[in-house]
Design a protein around this ligand. Structure first.
Ligand code: ADP
Length: 482
C-alpha cells in the first residue's frame, strides 16, 4: 500500500505469537478471475496505520493547497503523460485482476487518463466571483477552496477509471486523497499511484490503502479529519457509508447501482438499436453500472429487434481477457455468476424464453454465456434488479405513457437509453425519464467532459466535467472593507 509516499506492508502480525499462527491474515490474496490463480497479495493495514495515513494526508493537504493551481495541474499533466506512455502494461495488469478483454482494458486506461487530462486544465478551476453589491469601497468576494482530506472507496468493475475520476478533480482542487480500491482489483490502483509518485505528486497527497473494508472504511468514516467521502459501489453499502459519515457531517458523492432501461421505440432504427444494445449491455460482460439492464421494445419492432440481437449475441466470443478476439471475459467471482444464474432461472420459471445462452460456459468456471430472454416481464427479478451480467431480457410494450409511469417506480435513476427518430418523442422521453444521464440513439455515454451521476437511489453528486470539480470545493465569502 502507498502511505505518505512510502510503500508499506501491514504491521498486523508483528508480535512473535501472531507470526507463529497458521493463518497470516496480514495479507489479502488477489485472484485472476479467468484462471483462479493467485496473482499477488496486498497488505491488510491496521487501524493504527490508517490513523497515521489520515494524519499524513492532512499534513500533505496544507502544503498541497498552497501550491499554485497551475503547478498542481502541471503535475497532473505529467501523471497523465506517464499513464499514456505505460498504457499497455497498465491494461495487462487490469485484465489480469479484473478479467475484461485487453481491448476494453486499454480503452479503460485511456478513459481513466482522460479524467486526469481534463482536470489538468487550470480553467476548470475558475470559479471565483466579485459581487457588485457592496457599498464603495467594500468588495464582496466569493472564492472556492479545497475541502481538505478526501477519501475514495471504489469498485472492481473499472479498477482504473473509478479512481482517476475521483483523484484528478480532488488533486486539481488542492485536496489530498486516500483511496481504498476494491479488494479484487488493487494492483491497477497501486500501479497508477506508482506513476503518480514518479510524476511528482508529493508524498501524502495521494495514498492507496488496502485491507478489510470495515477497518479501512471505519477509520475513514469516523475521522473528523476526513472531510469528504466519494464512493462508487452498491446502493446498500452506499447507504451504510452515508450513515457512517453522518456523525462527522462529511460531504458525500455517491455513485450507486443503476438499472438502466433501454427503450426501442416504434420509430427506432432497429439496426442501430441492436448495435447500441451490444455496446451498452455486453461491455465488461454486463458488469457496469450504466449497462442497459432490461430492454423495453415496442410491439411493432419486437420480433425484428429480438431476431437481429440474438444473431449478433451468438457471435460474441468468450475467453480469457488476454486472448485475441475475445469479447466476453469471466464474471468477477462465483457469487456474481450464481446471482446471474438465479435471475435467469427466475425469468424462465415465470415464462421467459431463452433465445440464446442461458447457462454458465461448460468448459470454464466463471463465464456466463451471453443470453437473450424474450417475453420478459416487469415482474421478473432480472428486470427489477441490476443483473450485472451478460443477460438481456426483452420486455414487450405498446403504451409509452404506461411504460414511463412504471419506470418512474424504479428506485434507481442512473442512466437510460432510447432509440427513436421523432423529435417530439425524443424531447418527451429525455425530459420524463427520471435519471441522471440519457443516451438517445447511442449506447455509450461516458466522457471525462460530462457530468456522470444519478438521481434517487443511484446516488448524489457528479463526476467529470465542470461539475466534477465542485464535489471537492467549498465556497467561502469574504467581505473586504477599508
Ligand atoms: P460490489 O457489489 O460491486 O462489490 P460493493 O459496494 O460491495 O460493490 O463494493 C464497492 C467498494 O466498497 C469496494 O471497495 C468494497 O471493498 C467497499 N466496501 C464494501 N463494504 C464496505 C464497508 N462496510 N465499508 C467500507 N467499504 C466497503
Amino acid at each position: 500500500a502507498l502511505v505518505n509516499g512510502v510503500w508499506v506492508s501491514s504491521t498486523k502480525n508483528t508480535t512473535a505469537s501472531a507470526t507463529e499462527s497458521a493463518v497470516d491474515d496480514s495479507w489479502h490474496e488477489v485472484v485472476n478471475p479467468a484462471t483462479q490463480a493467485v496473482i499477488g497479495r496486498v497488505p491488510q493495514l491496521t487501524e493504527a496505520q490508517m490513523e497515521d495515513c489520515i494524519s499524513a494526508a492532512e499534513a500533505a493537504f496544507y502544503q498541497w493547497r498552497e501550491v499554485p493551481a497551475k503547478q498542481r495541474c502541471a503535475t497532473l499533466a505529467r501523471w497523465h503523460a506517464a499513464i499514456v506512455a505505460d498504457r499497455e502494461r497498465l491494461a495487462r495488469i487490469l485484465t489480469l485482476e479484473q478479467g475484461k478483454p485487453l481491448a476494453e482494458a486499454l480503452g479503460e486506461i485511456d478513459y481513466a487518463a482522460s479524467y486526469i487530462q481534463w482536470y489538468a486544465q487550470p480553467a476548470v478551476l475558475e470559479r471565483s466571483a466579485v459581487l457588485p453589491y457592496g457599498d464603495t469601497p467594500t468588495s464582496m468576494l466569493v472564492v472556492s477552496e479545497p475541502i481538505g482530506v478526501c477519501a475514495a472507496i471504489t469498485p472492481w468493475n473499472f479498477p482504473a477509471a473509478m479512481i482517476t475520476r475521483k483523484v484528478a478533480p480532488a488533486l486539481a482542487a488542492g485536496c489530498s486523497m486516500i483511496v481504498k480500491p476494491a479488494p479484487d482489483t488493487p494492483f491497477t490502483a497501486l500501479a497508477l499511484a506508482e506513476l503518480a509518485l514518479e510524476a511528482g505528486i508529493p508524498a501524502g497527497v495521494l495514498n492507496v490503502v488496502t485491507g478489510e473494508a470495515e477497518v479501512i472504511g471505519g477509520t475513514l468514516t469516523r475521522s473528523a479529519k476526513v472531510r469528504k467521502l466519494s464512493f462508487t459501489g452498491s446502493t446498500g453499502v452506499g447507504r451504510y457509508l452515508a450513515a457512517a459519515c453522518a456523525p462527522t457531517l462529511k460531504r458525500l458523492s455517491l455513485e450507486l447501482g443503476g438499472n438502466a432501461p433501454f427503450i426501442v421505440c416504434e420509430d427506432a432504427d432497429v439496426d442501430a438499436a441492436v448495435q447500441g444494445a451490444l455496446d451498452s449491455k455486453f461491455r465488461n460482460a454486463g458488469q457496469t453500472c450504466v449497462c442497459a439492464n432490461a430492454f423495453y421494445v415496442h410491439d411493432s419492432v419486437y420480433e425484428a429487434f429480438a431476431d437481429k440481437l440474438v444473431a449478433r449475441v451468438k457471435k460474441l466470443q468468450l475467453g480469457r481477457g488476454d486472448e485475441a478476439e475475445v469479447n466476453i471475459g469471466p464474471l468477477i467471482n462465483e457469487a456474481a455468476l450464481t446471482k446471474v444464474e438465479q435471475l435467469v432461472a427466475d425469468a424462465v420459471a415465470q415464462g421467459a424464453t431463452v433465445r440464446c445462452g442461458g447457462a454458465r460456459w461448460a468448459e470454464q468456471a466463471q463465464w456466463f454465456v451471453p443470453t437473450v430472454l424474450t417475453e420478459a416481464t416487469q415482474d421478473m427479478r432480472c428486470v427489477k434488479e441490476e443483473i450485472f451480467g451478460p443477460v438481456a431480457p426483452l420486455v414487450r410494450y405498446s403504451d409509452e405513457a404506461g411504460l414511463l409511469a412504471s419506470l418512474r417506480q424504479q428506485e434507481a435513476g442512473l442512466a437510460a437509453y432510447f432509440y427513436s427518430q421523432q423529435l417530439g418523442r425524443i424531447q418527451r422521453l429525455s425530459r420524463q425519464l427520471e435519471v441522471g444521464m440519457v443516451g438517445v440513439n447511442t449506447g455509450l455515454i461516458s466522457d471525462a467532459a460530462v457530468p456522470f451521476g444519478g438521481v434517487k437511489a443511484s446516488g448524489m453528486g457528479r463526476e467529470g466535467g465542470q461539475q466534477g470539480i465542485e464535489e471537492y470545493l467549498e465556497t467561502k465569502y469574504i467581505k473586504l472593507s477599508q
